[in-house]
Write a protein that binds this ligand. Structure first.
Ligand SMILES: [Zn+2]
Length: 808
């Protein structure tokens, strides 16, 4: 799923001056003396854990915070030699009743007990019971009165009435011979009691018949259901979390039957699927897996175009816009067609069906293997999806395959359905043009981002099958991180909302009482987008760019993906593998970023300079050192390195992807002047000092105000205008987590010192990072939330103006 924060805008920064500090003589230093640039900040006490000690436990190993290793999961983070997992195969026949807006289904489940345990019952998920008026998930949530009251609000309070008729009807549960099996429904979970205990290495075959009323997603919410369009009442059906599904039974938590309330997504076991869906004859179906009867459901012309698309490197429309429009206008077909699909080794199965769908496809080579990238979309999104969707699917598969494992499935589908939700090989996204065919930058990048994100979920958690209902960060955080890499490889100027460290600063700054650790259960998170998506994604980007370096990080991240592809990893397996494969001690990092809520705020409290040269007092006035020229748009470290490394960006390789927004750059504010000064004292000394007389010694004093220990990154700006950036490992804090100092030797005079110049560490207060203050780039964008899907009319759309003026 995606929760989306978006859009950059630069605002003028506030101009700040620093005060000149008081001279300070350090008598311990024989050679000389110094003074001082100092910030005006008082050295307030900020020792959290133990005021009498400089040690907290920030560098201690995680130890008991992690579960003990065993034969199923090793201490290195890999599956152990006795690792096991369950399997479930499904044969499902479904029928979409468009007139009654119901879904009827019948399934045969073959459940394989690969565990060493004897099972006397099985647990299944009934997610559609989220909408059952007696089991309603909304009862888990508080509510309050709104004044003034509207009819809509009054209606909204009457949840039981609104949900009348919804929820799963279980018609029968039988064994393979047709004999009824006893079952018990507990809200969104169903327990089936086995006639005989299921022994290790045995399988059990049973059948379930069920049906349910399809929810109108846009009105009552939910993962699946239908959207009805205003112009002619036609619908797009998205059939998801729709059949009784086996819960995960695992070595580390037994049955996971944590109730579904709509947020914590799901965890399921791998298996093979054969699914047939009977739908109106003028519908098109897109689904997990491969369609096995295209010759029965397509015309000869459509089948020809499908065959052409297999080797085409640009999308081919198998169902084109004219046909989709024609089907909407004609009377609905009263005949039916049955589409048949097969999918192997997947954790779930989903599908979409509509007579509104355009369908395009093209082949993409992933490490020598052919994969079909495809899109299904209504006419309302044609202007965006036809140009971008399938090519973005292909791009996503290529970049994710590079960073994880080669995409193993035969298809990957993007469906435009005014939302953002993922399933194996198929996902549902948003992005519609205005009626005149134009769109805003926000809609365009929102669409690209949601497609990359949801297609990316194929890897996390559809292949690397973590438990979403327990740990949202394990799929959303890891996925949002690789999404960022994929965006940056799309276009070096891609306005990524999540990933760069400086984008998380506003969240890290909020009061501690409102913050939760990343290691918080999915259902209990308040700031879901920031906590489960942005913060873990940022942390991983910091690991890659700042702590570990790309080479060590990429190897370890790939190793985690390889070890846990088609398996069920836990948080400890991730933490351990990243260390095990890289040789970097990261316990302090997991502790600070994943188990704690402290922010980064490293303060440069004072800087002393001393020299071995003459006592002449030098006084330098400098006022425009860092403001010599208009400041360029801020560029994050990943973007800079990608460009330096000569990365090829998709928009350069495929210039068809360039549009109005590629060329359009909003105006940037320039920086006003910055005033500062420093004084340099020095005293004469012994002869041997001559050796050092042309050198400058800078003693810098740092304070950890935020609490979260991080590397110290220093940019030195020299008098001759040149610059140097130095990285000091976070270990500098290991003996004193609150204050450290360090002397640096330079052969040139320094006129300015700036901490974290590329904003890599998510430092929440930049006012104490520098001697020359620069205005901060605006973070206006961070807390603008975007409503997904429809209704983009209220945003600025300069493309429309361009269109009206007849340009481009
Ligand atoms: Zn997601």
């Amino acid at each position: 799923m995606i929760i989306y924060l978006f859009l950059a805008a630069d605002l003028p920064g506030a101009m700040k001056r620093i005060k000149t500090g008081m001279p300070h003589i350090n008598k311990q230093i024989q050679i000389a003396v110094a003074l001082v640039f100092t910030t005006s900040i008082a050295l307030a006490q900020n020792i959290r854990n133990n005021p009498s000690s400089n040690h907290g436990n920030k560098f201690e190993q995680l130890g008991t915070l992690l579960p003990d290793a065993n034969t199923y999961r090793t201490a290195s983070g890999a599956p152990g030699h006795q690792y096991w997992q369950q399997r479930a195969d499904y044969v499902i026949a479904a029928e979409l009743d468009e007139k009654k807006l119901r879904l009827n289904g019948e399934e045969k489940i073959t459940y394989y007990n690969n565990s060493p345990d004897v099972l006397t019952y099985l647990w299944l998920q009934l997610d559609e019971n989220q909408h059952n008026p007696t089991n309603d998930a909304n009862y888990f949530d508080g509510s309050q009165k709104h004044l003034p009251l509207t009819v809509g609000q009054l209606q909204g309070y009457d949840v039981k009435k609104n949900l009348e008729g919804y929820g799963v009807n279980i018609i029968s549960v039988t064994d393979s011979s047709g004999k009824a099996l006893p079952y018990t429904i507990n809200l969104t979970m169903m327990r089936i009691d086995l006639p005989r205990a299921l022994q290790p290495r045995q399988k059990f075959v049973f059948r379930i018949k069920w049906n349910y009323k399809l929810p109108e997603r846009m009105k009552i919410g939910g993962r699946g259901g239908f959207e009805r369009f205003d112009d002619n009442g036609q619908c797009v059906f998205t059939i998801t979390q729709w059949y009784p599904r086996m819960c995960v039974y695992s070595d580390y938590q037994g049955w996971n039957h944590k109730q579904f309330t709509g947020r914590g997504e799901f965890a399921l076991v791998f298996g093979n699927f054969e699914v047939s869906m009977k739908v109106p004859a003028d519908h098109v179906v897109g689904a997990t897996g491969v369609c096995t009867n295209l010759t029965e459901v397509l015309t000869a012309g459509q089948l020809d175009r499908w065959k052409r698309s297999l080797t085409s490197t640009t999308p081919v429309e198998i169902i084109d816009l004219d046909l989709a429009k024609e089907r909407e206008q004609k009377p609905d077909s009263t005949h039916f067609k049955t589409w048949k699909f097969k999918a192997e080794n997947v954790r779930d199965f989903a599908w979409g069906s509509s007579r509104k769908f355009v369908w395009d496809a093209m082949g993409v080579k992933i490490e020598g293997k052919q994969v079909m990238a495809m899109s299904f979309y209504p006419k309302e999104s044609y202007g965006l999806y036809n140009k971008y969707s399938t090519k973005t699917v292909a791009h996503t598969l290529r970049v994710y395959s590079k960073h994880t494992i080669a995409y193993p499935y035969p298809t990957a589908i993007s469906v435009e359905a005014a939302n953002g939700m993922e399933y194996p090989m198929i996902c549902f996204n948003y992005g519609r043009t205005d009626a005149d065919g134009t769109y805003s930058s926000r809609t365009k990048y929102g669409m690209l981002t949601v497609i990359i994100h949801e297609v990316g979920h194929n890897f996390f958690p559809m292949i690397v099958n973590s438990d979403e209902r327990q740990w949202s960060w394990m799929d959303e955080g890891l996925n949002t991180f690789v999404q960022f890499l994929t965006e940056q490889e799309f276009d070096n100027n891609y306005p990524s909302a999540r990933g760069p460290a400086h984008k998380i600063v506003d969240y890290m700054r909020i009061p501690k009482s409102q913050l939760e650790p990343i290691m918080t259960n999915s259902e209990n998170i308040n700031n879901f987008g920031s906590n489960a998506y942005a913060k873990p994604a940022t942390a991983l980007n910091i690991l890659r760019e700042t702590i570990m370096g790309r080479e060590l990080f990429d190897h370890a991240f790939k190793e985690y993906s390889r070890r846990w592809a088609f398996r069920h990893p836990s948080p400890a397996d991730f933490f351990r593998t990243m260390e095990d494969a890289s040789g970097v001690d990261l316990d302090w990092f997991w502790r600070g970023w994943f188990y704690d809520i402290e922010p980064v705020d490293i303060s440069l409290d004072s800087a002393f300079v001393f020299t071995a040269s003459s006592p002449e007092k030098v006084k330098v006035e400098y006022d425009t050192i860092l403001a010599r020229e208009p400041r360029e748009a801020f560029k994050h470290i990943s973007g800079i390195r990608n460009r330096q490394n000569g990365m090829h960006f998709l928009v350069d390789e495929d210039t068809l992807l360039r549009d109005f927004y590629y060329y359009y750059k909003p105006g940037r504010d320039t920086v006003a002047d910055v005033v500062n000064r420093y004084e340099n004292f020095s005293i004469p000394d012994q002869q041997e000092m001559k050796l050092y007389e042309n050198l400058f010694y800078y003693e810098l004093h740092f304070r950890n105000k935020g609490g979260l220990v991080m590397p110290i990154i220093i940019k030195w700006t020299f008098k001759d205008g040149s610059e140097e950036v130095e990285y000091i490992n976070a270990y500098i804090w290991r003996k004193n987590e609150n204050r450290v100092s360090k002397v640096f030797v330079k052969n040139k005079e320094v006129v300015a010192i700036t901490l974290d110049p590329y904003k890599e560490t998510a430092d929440i207060d930049e006012n104490n990072n520098t001697l020359s203050r620069l205005p901060e780039p605006s973070r206006f964008d961070l807390f603008k939330t975007k409503t997904m899907g429809r209704g983009q009319n209220n945003e600025s759309n300069p493309m429309k103006k361009q269109l009206n003026e007849g340009k481009r």
